[in-house]
Design a protein around this ligand. Structure first.
Ligand code: MLT
Length: 419
C-alpha cells in the first residue's frame, strides 16, 4: 500500500469468522492500525446495557422497557431508579429512594455566594454547570476514585436532589428574583416548579397538569445512549474525575445548539415563520433550495432513519397539554403544518427527514410557562439520571481512560530552517 508518499507492507491474514487467524485488537496495537471515523459516525464506541436504540425502526428502550410504556405508566423518579440501578423499583425501594432524595434537596449556603457572583444576564446553563461542578469542592470525598459503593451512591442521590434546586436558582438569577428553598412536601417536579415560579409573599399552588406534563417530558429526555453529552460524561469520568465534574462536563456539552439547544432553535424558527405570515410550505420549499437552503430545525436525527419515537409521544402530549391548559399557541399549528407538508413531500421522505424530539418539546415547555433560555436546563434535568447511569456503568466496568486516536494529516517531518 502506498500512502502519503510511503510504501507499506501488510501481511495477508487468512482465517474464518469463528476462528480468526489473528486478534484484530492485537494487530491494531502491534501495527498502530487505526480507523478514521470522525464523530464515531458508524462505529460502536461503547458497550452498554442501559439504553437500546434502533434508528432504522425508531425504537427506544431503557433497560428493555419501551419508552412509550415508561412515559405513560412511570414517574420520572422511577425511571431514574431504573436507569441507574437496572430495575424498576419496588414500592419500598421507591419510597426509600424518594426519601433519600428529599433529604438532600437543600444546598450549602456558601453555594449561594457563588450564585450571587454571577451577573444577572448569565445564561442559566453556565450557572447550572458551575454550581454542579462546585459540588466537587463541597464534597471532596467524591474525588476519591476508590470511594465505596455507599459513598458513590450518596453522590448520586445528592446530584438528583440538588439539580432542581440549582436549575431553579439559575433561573431566579436570570430574572433577578430572590431564590426559593426546596419544599420537601412536594414531589420532584412540583418542588422544582414552585422553586422556579413562587414569588415572595405570594401563595403559589403548583398546577398538577403542569407537574405531570413536566414529569413525562423528563422521562422522554432521560437517556439516549452515546450522544455528545453522554459520551462526554463517560470520557471525563474515565480519567477518574469526580462524578460532579463529569456531569458538569456533560451539561456543557449539552448546551450547544446542535444538541440540547436545538429546541430553542426550533421555537425561534417557528416564531420567524409566524412573523413572516406563517406560510409553512414556503419554508419547506426554501429548505429544498440547492443554492441557499433554509435550515429546518428539529427535522432529521443522526441516528434515526425513521420517526424519533420521543417526537411521536411529545406531539400528542403537546396537543393534550395545550388543550388542558387552554393555551392557544399559533406556532403549534405552524409546526403541525410543517410536519404534515414534509411527510408528504418526496424530498423529505427520500432523505428520511422526520421531526425529532426537539421539534415539539419547546412548544410544551412554553405552554408550561418555562422561558426559552431554560429549555436546555430542562433537558439537563431530564438527562441527569442517564448521565449518572452511564458514568456508573463505565466505572463498574473498569473501563480504561478514553483516548481517541487521530489520523495525522499535517506536514511530514521538516528540516528546521532558521530565519
Ligand atoms: C439526545 O436525546 O441526546 C439527542 O437526540 C441527541 C442524540 O442522541 O444524538
Amino acid at each position: 500500500l502506498s500512502y502519503n508518499g510511503q510504501e507499506y507492507e501488510f501481511p495477508v491474514i487468512i482465517g474464518t469468522e469463528n476462528e480468526p487467524a489473528i486478534d484484530i485488537a492485537k494487530l491494531r496495537s502491534a501495527t498502530g492500525l487505526i480507523t478514521l471515523d470522525s464523530g464515531f459516525k458508524n462505529t460502536g464506541s461503547t458497550t452498554s446495557s442501559i439504553t437500546f436504540l434502533d434508528g432504522e425502526e425508531g425504537v427506544l428502550r431503557y433497560r428493555g422497557y419501551r419508552i412509550e410504556d415508561l412515559a405513560e405508566k412511570s414517574s420520572f423518579i422511577e425511571v431514574a431508579y431504573l436507569l441507574i440501578y437496572g430495575e424498576l423499583p419496588t414500592q419500598q425501594q421507591y419510597e426509600d429512594f424518594t426519601r433519600e432524595i428529599t433529604m438532600h434537596t437543600l444546598v450549602h449556603e456558601d453555594i449561594k455566594k457563588i450564585l450571587d457572583g454571577f451577573p444577572s444576564n448569565a445564561h442559566p446553563m453556565g450557572v447550572l454547570s458551575s454550581l454542579i461542578c462546585s459540588l466537587s469542592a463541597f464534597y471532596p470525598d467524591s474525588l476519591n476514585p476508590n470511594a465505596s459503593a455507599e459513598d458513590v451512591n450518596l453522590s448520586i442521590v445528592r446530584l438528583i436532589a440538588k439539580m432542581p434546586t440549582f436549575a431553579a436558582w439559575a433561573y431566579k438569577n436570570k430574572v433577578g428574583h430572590p431564590v426559593n428553598y426546596p419544599d420537601n412536601s412536594l414531589d420532584y417536579c412540583s418542588n422544582f416548579l414552585k422553586m422556579m415560579f413562587a414569588l415572595p409573599a405570594e401563595r403559589y399552588e403548583v398546577d398538577p397538569i403542569v407537574a405531570k406534563a413536566l414529569d413525562a417530558l423528563l422521562i422522554l429526555h432521560a437517556d439516549h445512549e452515546q450522544n455528545c453529552s453522554t459520551s462526554t460524561v463517560r470520557i471525563v469520568g474515565s480519567s477518574q474525575a469526580s462524578i460532579y465534574a463529569s456531569i458538569s462536563a456533560g451539561i456543557n456539552a449539552l448546551w450547544g445548539p446542535l444538541h440540547g439547544g436545538a429546541n430553542q432553535s426550533v421555537i425561534e424558527m417557528l416564531e420567524a415563520i409566524k412573523a413572516d405570515g406563517g406560510d409553512a410550505k414556503k419554508y419547506l420549499d426554501k429548505a429544498k433550495d440547492k443554492n441557499d437552503p433554509f435550515r429546518l430545525m428539529g427535522f432529521g436525527h443522526r441516528v434515526y432513519k425513521n420517526f424519533d419515537p420521543r417526537a411521536k409521544i411529545i406531539k400528542k402530549a403537546a396537543d393534550d397539554v395545550l388543550n388542558k391548559l387552554g393555551v392557544k399557541d399559533p406556532v403549534l399549528d405552524i409546526a403541525k403544518e410543517l410536519e404534515y407538508a414534509a411527510l408528504n413531500d418526496q424530498y423529505f421522505v427520500d432523505r428520511k427527514l422526520y421531526p425529532n424530539v426537539d421539534f415539539y418539546s419547546g412548544i410544551i415547555y412554553r405552554a408550561l410557562g418555562i422561558p426559552t433560555d431554560m429549555f436546555t436546563v430542562m433537558f439537563a434535568l431530564g438527562r441527569l439520571p442517564g448521565w449518572i447511569a452511564q458514568w456508573k456503568e463505565m466505572r463498574e466496568n473498569g473501563e480504561p481512560i478514553g483516548r481517541p486516536r487521530q489520523v495525522y494529516t499535517g506536514a511530514t517531518e521538516r528540516d528546521y530552517v532558521s530565519m
